[in-house]
Design a protein around this ligand. Structure first.
Ligand code: SF4
Length: 316
């Protein structure tokens, strides 16, 4: 199964003032296969959202490539770029802020079809009804406004909007973080159902590790702009190799308290350092109890430690 999306040495830097550079995404590479869900996790500020937005083309990359089916997104312009924009969509974190309160739900969902001139007015109307039903709402909801809905329902509207122009790839940018825990599983299950029905490919960005495991085929872990580990979901959760991933995993509450003895919680000492003008070497060195001299001098490369399991650490 060949790669559908290839991210190669992607960098996204932001200038801060005159002399500082925020290295939000710093030399990140990975691939996503067609129909796959790649989870991307890490604490806030690790660069996962910037990474997702740069892959979508919402930010221009500082350097590196994002290839969709072999075509470099950042090299195409005009009509070609417009065509691309139909293939990739995004679902935002905050279902309150991302829906225009003055528009009806029907208009919100059909806006993408209007912009891309898809179908007649009647066809668009019909599609809005179909999409509402597909995400577990109904056609009566089309004439209502966002404030009349709960958080979970609004996120369903956000999903219907993303699906309206038949995308192939969806960046789910923390789509459940703003929702009640009781609603989160429903939205994740809806995304899984839609993926099966429509053959979608997802990049699922989150800081909730248990939900990421549930939806992802493989998971990547980011720390301060670097991808530090990448592995199949089951493998990563059963056998994390990078000291940072181990600490993240140990913080997930376990359903059975007797199991927790083997997986003692690792408390991370110190604060997350600033991504502005980061120091050379391993970005995790200031918080890593295994750090040695080499760690603060040489940045460890992401290497395949076991088949399909990649990690970036001098210990491995
Ligand atoms: Fe820790 Fe060094 Fe590995 Fe970084 S490279 S995670 S500092 S042991």
């Amino acid at each position: 199964n060949k790669a559908y999306i290839e991210v190669k040495n992607l960098k996204k830097y932001f200038k801060v003032g005159r002399h500082a550079t925020l290295k939000a995404v710093d030399d990140v590479s990975f691939t996503i296969k067609k129909g796959e869900t790649l989870g991307l996790v890490g604490e806030s500020g690790c660069g996962k959202t910037t990474c997702g937005r740069t892959i979508m083309g919402l930010y221009e990359a500082t350097s590196g490539q994002v290839l969709y089916d072999g075509v470099d997104l950042h090299s195409i312009k005009g009509e070609e770029r417009r065509k691309f924009a139909r293939k990739a969509q995004i679902i935002f974190q905050d279902p309150y802020a991302s829906l225009d309160p003055r528009m009806t739900v029907g208009n919100i969902i059909s806006e993408g079809m209007d912009i891309h001139n898809i179908g007649t007015k009647e066809e668009r109307q019909k599609k809005v009804y179909e999409l509402l039903e597909m995400v577990g709402l109904n056609r009566e909801h089309a004439s209502r406004f966002p404030h009349e809905f709960s958080g979970g329902q609004r996120q369903r509207i956000g999903i219907a909007r993303a699906l309206a122009i038949d995308p192939e790839f969806i960046v789910c940018d923390e789509p459940i973080s703003a929702l009640d825990v009781s609603i989160q599983a429903q939205v994740v299950n809806l995304l899984i159902k839609l993926q099966r029905e429509l053959g979608l490919t997802y990049l699922f960005i989150a800081h909730d590790l248990s939900m990421v495991k549930h939806i992802s085929d493989r998971v990547g872990v980011m720390y301060l702009g670097h991808l530090v580990e990448l592995a199949p979901s089951e493998e990563l959760y059963a056998n994390p190799l990078h000291p940072y991933t181990k600490a993240l995993m140990s913080a997930i509450p376990l359903p059975d308290p007797n199991v927790s003895k083997a997986k003692k919680r690792i408390i991370l000492e110190g604060d997350v350092p600033s991504p502005i003008n980061p120091k050379p070497g391993c970005r995790f060195a200031s918080r890593c109890k295994y750090a040695k001299k080499e760690c603060s001098e040489v940045n460890p490369e992401l290497k395949e430690v076991k088949p399909g399991h990649f990690a970036a650490c001098h210990l491995l």
